[in-house]
Design a protein around this ligand. Structure first.
Ligand SMILES: [Zn+2]
Length: 154
């Protein structure tokens, strides 16, 4: 199996019998094939794979253009959109989690909180919303503490 990774121009060779993969820059494809054909610079772990694959690759994909020709662009686009969508969803989920976390932590603000380490009440709230988790810092011992620390004190 040969796949072109979306947008970065890498040809990934995945021999089905080993499952390991070899990445080659598309722009360097021809020279890479050349080099492998001449049997130079082959790391030992690639040797067997390369030995079996190179003749097939040279025959089917002698140039980088021939690689581009076999790419299923519609499928690539769909895959790219799927990745983008999933990444966006993961980001939104993380932002939502941070928001909930910060709301919960905020409830402890101005609540005469004690530092879990030194029990001093001289603590300061550091608001990091919306994109990072907020926390408290103890002005006495300098340690920071989070929701987990407060909850484990109860
Ligand atoms: Zn402290």
């Amino acid at each position: 199996m040969v796949s072109l990774e979306p947008s970065i121009g890498i040809v990934r060779i995945i021999p089905l019998y080993t499952g390991e993969f070899i990445d080659v820059k598309l722009a360097e494809w021809s020279s890479w094939l050349d080099e492998k054909l001449k049997n130079s610079n082959i790391p030992e772990f690639e040797e067997e794979t390369i030995y079996m694959l190179i003749p097939v690759l040279v025959k089917r994909f002698p140039t980088d253009e021939s690689i581009l020709e076999m790419v299923d662009w519609e499928n690539k686009q769909a895959l790219f959109e799927k990745y983008t969508f999933e990444r966006k969803q993961a980001e939104e989920k993380e932002i939502e989690e941070i928001k909930i976390y910060n709301q919960r932590l905020n409830e402890f603000n101005n609540s005469r909180l004690k530092c879990p380490k030194c029990e001093n009440k001289n603590v300061r709230f550091l608001d990091r919303s919306p994109d990072r988790k907020s926390y408290f810092i103890c002005k006495s011992c300098g340690r920071s503490f989070r929701l987990e620390d407060i909850e484990s004190m109860k």
